[in-house]
Design a protein around this ligand. Structure first.
Ligand SMILES: *Cc1c(COP(=O)(O)O)cnc(C)c1O
Length: 422
């Protein structure tokens, strides 16, 4: 399938080329529901695979430590301008290698080792880098963590406020990896102001929804916006830090020379293209469709008798709580994978099981929306998930192969951006 797409690779390294070709088939044939994944456009793929790769560019546009930056400076300046325009911020740094190093740069900019920092607990839906114990951010800093209410599955803003005022953290992170509901940035801003904390919105998951107007923007409420570029934003794997002018120097210094060396210029180019795409009306439509699809899928799953954390979704993400089913998350996720439906197992808030064998499955609609599926397909998707979970409970491999054939057939009708036609 990919022989004609990567001729030089095929000739030089057929073994590696075969792995890439197999991955193309997998991404084309499966229903990809991992909410942090997507399909980048062919244009983003091309930009990310250019000779910009060959250039060292430590520093920032106009202030480099290497010569020959005529073109690289224009690429990075363009990405910066597009980020500022799209997200309505004073300053953007497009160099962080990924979301986790971007967040580490925020710590470097505003905190000292041992300082108290506050974020959402990982098992409640927060990210490792928000001060969780096994992360450097939780061992070099003193992480205090908030969660959601047991009865609603929603962030308990009163408890967040109490904790912030008791602990006076240097940094407060809002945002997470398994939050199906809208984040109230204004409420966090009020709390951070009272506590004297620097507020960081980590919008890695929802950046594309914000860009497309399908989730409120944090820009007017927080000190720093941290985001990956490869989730709903649909760019290459990378990250950005955005902030008000007063923090620009601290953020830039923290990324380089504080934490990183040369930026990945080919990725910067891919980010620039993705930001250009995200400024188009078609992206606004995509962002709203992602949410409409997630709401329709949540409704269909509830109808099939599934429990959803917080009872549904406001964004691209759904957390299925399998506590009441006969199958835990990992077994369900592996069965779904055999049925051609790719998800990840996940803890649910107050999970009675262990993190490596939790009670939940996390799904999302960005990838299927990028392929053109719409609300009318969501009952079908919910039916597949329901049948696959039942089949997992019964050990019915035959039922899983039947679902896989149905999935492959539907996906063939919706070619994925950036992939060869199946
Ligand atoms: C994905 C994610 C990150 C980390 O991004 P990587 O690129 O995987 O390092 C950080 N914060 C949040 C909220 C995320 O969802």
């Amino acid at each position: 399938m990919s022989a004609s797409r990567h001729p030089a690779l095929l000739a030089a390294d057929p073994e590696l080329a075969s792995f890439v070709a197999a991955e193309e088939v997998l991404q084309a044939q499966t229903l990809r529901l991992i909410p942090s994944e997507n399909y980048v456009s062919a244009a983003v793929l091309e930009a990310s695979g250019t000779v910009l790769q060959n250039k060292y560019s430590e520093g920032y546009p106009g202030r480099r430590y290497y010569e020959g930056q005529q073109n690289i400076d224009r690429v990075e300046a363009l990405a910066i301008e597009r980020a500022k325009g799209l997200f309505g911020v004073d300053h953007a740094n497009v160099q962080p290698y990924s979301g986790s190093p971007a967040n580490l740069a925020v710590y470097l900019a505003f905190a000292k080792p041992g300082d108290t920092v506050m974020g959402m607990a990982l098992p409640m839906g927060g990210h490792l880098t928000h001060g969780w114990g096994v992360s450097a951010t939780g061992s070099w800093f003193r992480g205090v963590q908030y969660g959601v209410r047991a009865d609603t599955g929603l962030i308990d803003y009163d408890a967040v406020r109490d904790l912030a005022l008791a602990e006076r953290p240097k940094l407060i992170f809002c945002g997470g990896t398994a939050l199906p509901r809208t984040i109230d940035f204004a409420a966090f801003a009020e709390i951070a102001r009272e506590a004297g904390s620097v507020l960081v919105a980590d919008v890695a998951h929802i950046a594309g929804l914000i860009a497309g107007g399908a989730h409120p923007s944090p820009a007017d409420h927080v000190d720093v916006v941290s985001t990956t570029t490869h989730k709903t934003l649909r760019g290459p794997r990378g990250a950005m830090l955005m902030c008000r002018a007063e923090h620009a120097k601290a953020i830039d210094k923290a990324v380089f020379p504080g934490l990183q060396g040369g930026p990945h210029n080919q990725t910067t180019a891919g980010i620039a293209v993705a930001l250009h795409e995200a400024a188009q009306p078609s992206f606004t439509a995509y962002a709203h469709q992602v949410v409409a699809n997630a709401k329709a899928l949540a409704a269909a799953l509830l109808q099939k008798g599934f429990d959803l954390v917080s009872g549904g979704t406001d964004n691209h993400l759904i957390l299925i709580d399998l506590t009441g089913k006969d199958v835990p998350g990992k077994i369900a996720a592996k069965a779904l994978d055999r049925a051609g439906i790719v998800v990840n197992y996940n803890t649910v808030p107050f999970d009675p099981r262990k993190p490596f064998d939790p009670s939940g499955v996390r799904i999302g609609t960005p990838s299927l929306t990028s392929r053109g599926l719409s609300t009318e397909h969501m009952p079908v998707v919910a039916d597949w998930i329901s049948r696959a979970v039942d089949a997992a409970a019964k050990g019915d491999e035959q039922a899983l192969s039947v679902i896989r054939a149905e999935v492959t057939e539907l996906m063939a009708a919706f070619p994925a951006p950036g992939l060869p036609l199946s």
